[in-house]
Design a protein around this ligand. Structure first.
Ligand SMILES: [Zn+2]
Length: 309
């Protein structure tokens, strides 16, 4: 029977990308080759225990693909952060995780050491190793999807920080009178430039529910309400990201998540970033991810390996 290990030498790696709607598992051979992948829906309404069961099953099934005697590490990426003091999950889009000791529970259920990280950290690490961020020293990775997260990689390693919040710009409050955020503050970056945030803004303004895709489509067709919402979105993108660039001055920014497919982010959005950043001739490359949906699960596997010496 394969066993988990506390050494990363000649060890396979299991990565789990625990998303709000789907959960993906990957098993990497010691040489990095993909042995096995699996994707399953994340239980949405059955609570924390159902998520624990799913992830435990996926880890066991992944480990079951290995020949006897081969050990493995486990890394899990989640859409939230981990409180450095209590070890409890906080600020998770998958709200059933909030307040739970997910890392400790997974270690108890699997009997293995488990590395747990924010999904944006996993994304950023993967893009830095094999995606758009390779060849850059300091990379700010951004996930813009239903929510909004960020991660920082320096010379190929994730910067987590003493409070484990490095790069967590999604809950930077930009407007004290802005929309309420589930984190308890108002006007967070996530309320401005995530899909759910833009959709909520459109509903507040016009009393109609439209999805982000539809807002973008109609904005391009010239529909005035969607155009106005979309222009605000691009302006907010510039203001939020321009501020981060002014602080970090990264060598590159890599965008991920569903909204990273919006072409205007790399034209009008980039112009807005340049307008708001504290430099008149900003050169920071703002790059679209290259690994797509796969970045999170690869990053989780590599973070699991990096967590053991
Ligand atoms: Zn918030």
């Amino acid at each position: 029977m394969p066993t988990c290990n506390t050494s990363n030498l000649n060890t396979a790696a299991i990565g789990i990308d625990l998303g709000g709607t789907k959960t993906e598992a990957i098993l990497l051979a010691p040489d990095g080759a993909v042995i096995w992948r699996q994707r399953r829906p994340t239980p949405r309404d059955d609570g924390y225990e159902a998520v624990l069961t799913l992830v435990t099953e996926m880890i066991r099934e992944s480990a079951g693909q290995l020949p006897p005697g081969v050990s493995y590490t486990v890394g899990i990426g989640i859409p939230g952060s981990i409180d450095s003091g209590t070890g409890l999950v906080r600020n998770a889009n998958s709200t059933c995780l909030i307040g739970h000791p997910l890392q400790a529970d997974m270690e108890r259920l699997t009997g293995c050491p488990v590395q747990l990280r924010n999904d944006a950290d996993c994304f950023t690490l993967a893009e830095c190793r094999f995606g758009a961020g390779r060849d850059y020293g300091l990379v700010f990775g951004v996930i813009m999807g239903t929510g909004c997260g960020g991660g920082i990689c320096i010379d190929g390693a994730v910067r987590e920080g003493p409070h484990r919040i490095a790069g967590e710009w999604g809950h930077l409050s930009m407007d004290r009178d802005g929309a309420e955020c589930y984190c308890g503050k108002r006007g967070c970056v996530e309320t401005l430039i995530s899909g759910s945030g833009v959709e909520a803004a459109f509903f507040r303004e016009y009393g109609q529910r439209l999805g982000m895709d539809e807002i973008v489509r109609q904005a391009r067709a010239g529909e005035p309400r969607c155009r106005s919402t979309f222009d605000h979105f691009l302006d907010d993108f510039g203001r939020c990201l321009g501020g981060v660039i002014s602080i970090l001055d990264p060598d590159a920014v890599v965008l991920g998540g569903g909204l990273s497919n919006i072409d205007e982010l790399y034209s009008t959005g980039l112009e807005q970033v340049r307008r708001y950043a504290f430099h008149d001739h900003l050169q920071t490359p703002i790059l679209k991810n290259q690994l797509g949906d796969s970045a999170g699960v690869f990053g989780a596997a590599w973070i699991g390996q990096a967590g053991v010496k």
